[in-house]
Ligand binder design. Structure first.
Ligand SMILES: Nc1ncnc2c1ncn2[C@@H]1O[C@H](COP(=O)(O)OP(=O)(O)OP(=O)(O)O)[C@@H](O)[C@H]1O
Length: 385
């Protein structure tokens, strides 16, 4: 089985002429995990995706994929690296004059020497996964936006990608279809263990789908790390984004000045509705792969990874992660205690294992390796002193 590869981005800066889109972006998409990049419109999320596949060229920094820095490598190497990717662009980017079958078959005909009967097997399998069987003969113009999206996803999958980039899977979709496409992405991750990056501004999706979340705002990556970090963040920009209210640093245009912020705050204090529906706070359970799909290997890998970096995270995120580790331990206790106990040679009981982990986390200090997952926002200063 194919296995996702890590994508490491270091100090990446991209401008168009004199317009700086973002600068000093550093993050690592852990192999085989699902990550999401959030941010208000126009912050350069699509530009970031296009940079990852080498369609746009940042002027500074590194993008290391499978050991190759794609900003330094030859065009031949870049061509090879690109084969690792499956990309779902915002509008599906289908060829208007080809029916869905031919659209989905296109990468196979273009990049492989497979026979038409092999191609048929693969195409039908991907159409099945994305719920499009029966629509093979339709032209993109004859189907709904949601179907076009799913066709784009089917096409992104045909070459068994190890990295899947998805630009706004929810745009133009109703909430129910958005959940279905989210479930499909999680299931695909379980099936092929690909590294997935989803760009979105959908809060439900952000809260329930990814293992890791980052956010771009005002030309910077505000943070990137395990989902618990952003979902428990006290950063005003993050809280405002999650709640969708007008109160906070995000305005209609890129920059909101102090005077506007004060005026809006005063209006709301006078009783004006700030927008948004509810106070979105804390962690909700993450979606799981559909019963019957293989176990999602990212879950176990992430658990180990997050344990190691736990002490570098903000307190609230640590607490949320400990809670979820405890819940998992309880589940194991319910179902197969023996399996869990034998998985950790040092532990006699679950209580002991958990207590010991907590001590490890609490006691970890300056001489431990600090992995900079949380950018900006001062957390790392606390850690690094
Ligand atoms: N090829 C290009 N040449 C010049 N400017 C560009 C180019 N592509 C994007 N931009 C600019 O980069 C900025 C970020 O655009 P981008 O589409 O990445 O934002 P986004 O965060 O994906 O927004 P949205 O959520 O609305 O899709 C915009 O100001 C856009 O005009």
């Amino acid at each position: 089985m194919e296995m996702g590869v890590e994508v490491a981005v270091e100090d990446l800066t991209k401008s168009f002429g004199t317009q700086k889109i973002w600068q000093d972006v550093t993050m690592t998409l852990p192999k085989g995990e699902v990550s999401a990049l959030l941010g208000p419109s126009g912050t350069g999320k699509s530009v970031f995706l296009k940079s990852l596949i080498g369609l746009l060229r940042p002027e500074r920094g590194r993008i290391v994929i499978d050991g190759t820095d794609i900003l330094q490598c030859s065009s031949k190497e870049l061509y090879e690296i690109r084969k690792l990717f499956g990309v779902l662009f915002q509008d599906g980017a289908l060829f208007g004059s080809m029916n869905l079958y031919d659209n989905v078959a296109f990468p196979l005909r273009e990049h492989t020497k497979k026979s038409e009967s092999d191609i048929r097997k693969i195409v039908m399998e991907k159409l099945e996964i994305t719920g499009l069987v029966g629509a093979e003969d339709k032209l993109p113009g004859e189907i709904s936006g949601g179907m076009r999206k799913r066709a784009g996803l089917a096409r992104a999958l045909v070459l068994d990608p190890q990295i899947i980039l998805v630009d706004e899977p929810d745009s133009g979709l109703d909430p129910v279809r958005t959940t279905y496409i989210s479930q499909t992405l999680i299931d695909i991750n379980a099936e092929i263990d690909a590294t997935i990056l989803i760009v979105s501004h959908n809060i439900n999706l952000a809260r329930t789908v990814p293992d890791n979340i980052g956010m771009l705002f005002r030309r910077h990556l505000v943070m990137f790390g395990p989902r618990e970090v952003l979902l428990t963040s006290e950063e005003p920009v993050v809280k405002q984004f999650l709640n969708g209210t007008m109160i906070g640093p995000i305005g209609m245009s890129e920059e909101k000045d102090e005077a506007t912020m004060a005026a809006e705050k005063a209006m709301v204090e006078e009783g004006h509705h700030p927008g948004g529906v509810e106070d979105v706070e804390g962690i909700v359970p993450q979606m799981e792969a559909t019963p019957g799909t293989p176990e999602r290997k990212a879950v176990g890998r992430r658990r180990e990874r997050v344990r190691e970096i736990l002490h570098t995270l903000p307190e609230k995120a640590q607490a949320a992660i400990r809670d979820s580790l405890d819940d998992e331990a309880d589940q194991y206790a319910d179902h197969s205690y023996d399996e869990y106990a034998s998985a950790d040679d040092n532990s006699d009981t679950i209580e002991y294992a958990t207590a010991q982990q907590n001590r490890n986390y609490a006691g970890a200090d300056d001489d431990t390796q600090v992995i900079p997952v949380v950018r900006g926002s001062g957390y790392q200063n606390d850690e690094r002193g």
